[in-house]
Every structure is written in structure tokens, then in C-alpha cells.
Design a protein around this ligand. Sequence first.
Ligand code: NAI
Length: 483
Amino acid sequence: MKIAVAKGDGIGPEIMDAVLRIFGAANLPLEFVPVDMGKYIYDQGFSTGMTPEAKATIESLGILFKGPMETPKGKGVKSINVTARKVWNTYANKRVFRSLNGVETVFSKAGIPIDITIVRENIEDTYGGIEHMLTHDVALCRRFITRPGSLQVHRYAFEMARKKNARKITCGHKANIMKITDGLFLETFYEVAKDYPDLVANDVIVDDLAMKLVAKPGEFDVVVLPNLQGDIISDLCAGLVGGLGFAPSANIGDNISIFEAVHGTAPDIAGQQKANPTALLMSGIMMLRHIGLTESAAKIENAMLTTLEEGAHTADFGKPGTPALNTQQYADAIIANLGKKPSITTPSTGAADHITFTAPRPLSENPIKESPAQKGEIVGADFFVESNQQAVKVAEAFNRTISGAFELQLISNRGTQVWPTGSVFTECMNQYRVRVISKNDAPVSQQAMLQEVMNVAAELKICSVEMLMTYDGKKAFSLAQGQ
Ligand code: NAI
């Protein structure tokens, strides 16, 4: 089988060489096909950070094993790491955090074992990077959570949890504040949970989750989260097990999957052979399991666990006073232990893992995923307008310009209601959200609503407009704080 390999930038080539040497010594039946991706490719003028040949190779092989990559700073260039995950729909980011004997942490010293798997939704949320300045003072970021996207990642998380004999699966979210977006993520979690009665399913608000992960990490087994919250919580979990040097990740899609360490290019130690290759090695072990090489995965994992138990370490961890190995010496120590089993840690077995690789099946067109249709009707619009006037003046302008079929319902500033009632203590910026509703909530045409936009535009600067919808008669928009 062929695997596409991109060594990456910074410490990437050093740690990838170390891992590929370990794989070579384990006699894996794999051919590693180098592909060109990363900063040096941006520098050659490829705006996507990868050559067309690299894209074609990855899309035909279906597996990319990659080192960390640097995104050039400055506007107009998107992160190659995020782009690769999104373009190839690697919708589930699985990150495993386990205590390792030989890696001292405050938890290992206290005898508290950690074994937590985070599944982070990998496509949606704020990671579209769709941002605008609404006024010169007010920035807005759009956050997408979709029903099919949420169902997809939850289904993956439940399947994975069942196959790894997890006892419990927890959804982290902030649905108490983001009732529609995180509300949808949470609702779909419990929808999928119905098909897995053997697993205990619960949910925790993300701030409480952060505290509980530190105070009582044993309470958690598999945790599924939206993209941004998953990103933050997984770095917290990396801290629980000894840092980024021990945080592997798999970006799983139905066609293409990407395996990489959680950490970045570590420019401060690049080129010095100081980097710890363990996280990349662990990501590679996940990849071997994904493609069915479970025996080889167990053999390499056991060699790694044995080496850690022996006290071998790179400069970023290990007992103070004991000499650190460089990246390649550390890899050599693991190679020397191939065939051995750890004595303290329970050895890994070649048991079949939960992920089954299937070769990419390209479709002639991009698939549109949609749940059963619901009747959508427009009942009004939220106008985002720029104004440095008091809210009452903005209300007067709207009342002068909107037609008799509509009425002004409320005005908010930064989400807090300031008209018709509010507090004089609410501080306002130069941008209001003005809610215009059709009389008696009667459905209106898109043309009629846009005509109101034209009417209001005669007096006020409109930054953006959001239609207020009902689906199957249910309101599909949030209320203002204080409403
Ligand atoms: P970083 O993860 O590269 O470094 C943070 C700290 O951890 C540094 O002190 C570094 O020396 C240390 N560190 C990281 N990995 C290590 C390892 N394997 N062994 C020993 N020490 C290690 O994060 P930073 O500095 O925020 O980002 C640097 C660059 O990496 C940026 O250009 C960023 O965009 C990129 N990046 C790429 C990622 C990817 O390719 N998936 C992920 C995160 C960042």
C-alpha cells in the first residue's frame, strides 16, 4: 500500500525522518510517496501551499501522513493545515490523550491515570474564517454548525466509542448561550445516542468541562465537541499527559484521512535535533491501525512504551538530571526495542481497531447533504446598520421608512436589547441589529423583504441583512439578551 508523506516545515523533516526510520526497521509493507506541501511551496508561488502533483497523489492514495506546516503570515493566505482538513472533508479529528509511564506529570505523580479521547468536529464552526468588519469598529465572524455535519461527527464518535469499549461519551458545548448553533450540535448528539443504548451519553457545558477535566479527569472517556471548543479542550488534555510532544491526531474522512501531531513546527528548536518525535510516531501508529496493520502498530507501540519506561527521553521531558537524547538517538532507542513489550504498561495488542480504510471514491459532482426538507418561510429580517445615533433615533428612522406590512420589534447593540426597553448603563457601539417583523408573523416573499431593505437604505447605512425564518412553523432565530 502507498501512503503520501509530507515532511513539513520547522522540526517536521527531523521528526518525520525519525518516524520513517522506525517504520522502516519494523518492515512495514508500505511505500511512502513524498509530496510537496508547506511553507517552501507557498514561497514558490503556490497559493494553496501544495503542488498540483501533491494534491493528485493524496487524492488518489487517500492517506496523508504529514509533519507540521507553517502558514506564511499576512492576509490572503489560508492555513494549509485547515484547508487540507476542510477541502478533503476529514470531518472528525480524533485526538488520544493517555498517561505514559516515563512521562512525568502532576497527574502521574498523584497516581491519577488519564485516558481521554477527544473527537473534534473538523470542518465547521468559526473555521470557515468568514469574517467582516461591519463598521470601522465592529468585526463579525460567521459560525456554521450544520445538521448533516454534526450528525456525521457524532456518528463517528459513537461508533469509535463502541469499538474501543468506552463506557461513556460526553458532548461538550455552549448551548446555554449559543442556543441555535450549539443547540443543534447537542440535539443531534442525543439523536445519534438513541442508536447506542449500550453507551452512557451525557453532556457538559464547555467551561465546566475544562474545570472537570483538570479536577476529575477520570470522569471522561470519549468527548465530542464543536471545532473551536474541541481545539482548546484538546490542548488542555495535552497538558494533562505531558504536553504537545505526546498529542497525536487523526483527521478522519470517508475518502481521505490525514495523520499528524497536534503540535506545530516549533521554530525555536528547528534544525537542532532536539524535537520529540513521539506525537508524530503515535499519529503514525493510529494511521497503521486505520489501514489495518494492527499487528505492526502494536509492535511499534510496545517498543515506544518500553523505551519510555526505560527512561529514554528528548529534552522536553524526562527525569531532571538524566541526559536527554537527540531526536535520532531517541528513534534508535525505540528501534532497539522493537519486539519487546513494556513491563509496567499493559502491552498493546493487534486487536482490530475501529477504523477501516476504504480507498477514495471520487464523485463526479460535489455531494449536497441535506436532511428531510422542512417548510421554510420568511417572517422578517434582522438589519445590521451602522449608526452613531441613540437607539431611539434609529427606531424613528426605521418607522419612517418601513412599509405598513412590517413592524419594528426590537433593537439590540452587541446582542443586548436597547429598544423599546433597555438600560442607560448599556454601552453601545456604532452598529445596531434592528429586527423587523411582518405583521401577525405572516409569511412574506423574499422580494417584499428586500424591498424593505431598499426602503431603509434611503436613510441608514446597512451593513448586512439576515432573513428571519420559520421552519415547519417553528421560529429559527434567537432572541436578544434582555428580550
Ligand atoms: P508549536 O507547537 O510549534 O510550539 C509550541 C511550543 O512547543 C514551542 O516551545 C515548541 O518548541 C514546543 N514543541 C512543539 N512541538 C514539539 C516537539 N515535538 N518536541 C519538543 N518541543 C515541541 O506552536 P507555535 O509556536 O504556536 O506554532 C509554530 C508554527 O506551527 C506556526 O507557523 C503555526 O501556524 C504552525 N502550526 C502548525 C500545525 C500543523 O501543521 N498541524 C499545528 C499548530 C501550529
